[in-house]
Design a protein around this ligand. Structure first.
Ligand SMILES: [Ca+2]
Length: 428
């Protein structure tokens, strides 16, 4: 053996040793990911919806609905109260705190019917506000919308500020809307409004996931699975604040992301009629009185505290009170870091990541919790769903308050960020 070849053998052996010592997640063939700013100069962009040719509809929370054409032209379609420069402006859509114009999605038959849906806060005069799902028709020139029909009118909205963390009006507002590729129904995610009388009660649409058709009517079958007397539009209940939903590429099971209260962000796999086990009512499950009858941040709601102690007192999924509740697939290692949106990576170019769930985090640093701005890539397995592996999307251009995740027709992952941009993650 020559000196040269023994050196080579040595270096191969050394390389193998290094490979063996790497964590499993790094041994999986992670793709080479690039990140760039696809669209800039926006104001709190929230959600996206694509046509097959790359035409991109987007919402801005306090401005309204717009569309970017493949040549880069942006048309402002539907403006909210106070907006300027839109083809149409309506004063009954408004923003406050977390509420405003949130989710957007295209009808599965958009190519034929040019129909689009948005989720928005709504108020006329001094009347109580609500959240609505609006159905609109997009003009053939992609410069106007018309034929507005409010298909859901009664999603609760937090009317007034309270003395809770993030206690503004409009808090815990849900707002993601997506059609299932399996059953063809529209799924609508809502929040608990800091109101403990919403999650476990079926007489309201707060803290739920709804399943409806394009007219806003209940999907047949909902009521067979939920407790008696529930509003038939309810698919699952007992949630806290669901702001992400995506459908497993093989089983089509809906997977949601749900914000935790200073602990335990959740990823949940929904089953019809399922209870997510969130019940922040006072004077039950070992709790006493709570501010504004909402125990959601107790105990010690404004101070840092061990997340495990919090979880024991005010669980995100109370399996003692509700033994049949849906158990989370993952609870973010007990942390709450602003889990926001969900999507499934799609395309051979993603290599081993093709078909994996991605979930985004806006980041919240509180009481010793790491801020955690990131996008996690989660392997839910073939038969699951169970969490097989979790890794992080590289962010060569830097992290941000990642708000919304949508796969583009080109196979790239598009991400709205609160800093006013749409980021694009591509693979070679
Ligand atoms: Ca739960």
């Amino acid at each position: 053996m020559s000196h040269k070849s023994s050196l080579r053998s040595l270096s191969v052996a050394a390389a193998s040793a290094v490979l063996v010592s790497l964590p499993l997640a790094l041994q999986a063939k992670a793709p080479e990911v690039s990140q760039d700013v696809y669209l800039d100069g926006l104001e709190s962009p929230w959600d996206l919806a694509f046509m097959p040719d790359g035409t991109m509809f987007f919402t801005e929370k306090c401005k309204g609905l717009s569309v970017q054409l493949p040549d880069g032209t942006v048309n402002n379609l539907l403006g909210m109260s106070g907006s300027e420069g839109y083809a149409m402006t309506t004063d009954d859509l408004f923003c406050s705190g977390q509420a405003g114009m949130n989710g957007v999605t295209l009808d599965p038959d958009f190519a034929d019917n040019h129909t689009i849906y948005v989720y928005s806060a709504y108020r006329v005069g001094d009347n109580p506000a609500s959240n609505r799902v609006l159905r609109l028709k997009v003009g053939g020139d992609l410069a106007t919308v018309s034929d507005r029909t409010d298909i859901v009118k009664d999603i609760p909205y937090k009317q007034a500020p309270t003395d809770h963390p993030f206690g503004d009006s409009g808090a815990h507002n849900g707002g993601r809307i997506r059609f299932s590729p399996d059953d063809g129904f529209l799924y609508v995610t809502t929040g608990d409004n800091h109101n403990s009388s919403l999650p476990q009660f079926g007489d309201n649409l707060g803290a739920k996931v709804l399943r409806i058709d394009g007219n806003g009517d209940a999907a047949p079958g909902n009521a067979d699975a939920t407790p008696e007397g529930f509003d038939p539009r309810i698919f699952t209940y007992g949630h806290r604040n669901v702001q992400g939903i995506a459908f497993h590429p093989e089983s089509h099971q809906p997977i949601v992301t749900e914000h935790g209260p200073w602990h335990s962000d959740e990823v949940n796999a929904l089953v019809p009629g399922g209870n997510s086990g969130w019940d922040p009512r006072p004077n039950m499950a070992g709790r006493g009185d709570c501010p504004d009858d909402y125990c959601g941040y107790q105990p010690n709601q404004n101070e840092g505290m061990d997340p495990e102690e919090r979880s024991a007192y005010m669980p995100m999924t109370d399996l003692e009170t509700y033994p049949d509740a849906m158990k989370p697939l993952w609870n973010n290692n007990g942390y709450s870091q602003g889990i926001s949106s969900a999507a499934f990576l799609d395309g051979e170019q993603w290599g081993d990541w093709n078909g994996r769930l991605v979930v985004s985090f806006m980041g919240i640093g509180f009481g010793g919790t790491p801020v955690g701005q990131r996008i996690n890539v989660i392997d839910l397995g073939a038969d699951g769903p169970t969490v097989q592996d979790i890794t992080e999307m590289p962010v060569p251009a830097g992290s941000a308050r990642f708000r919304g995740l949508v796969m583009g027709p080109d196979g790239a992952l598009y991400v709205t960020v609160d800093e006013g941009q749409v980021h694009r993650f591509t693979v070679e």
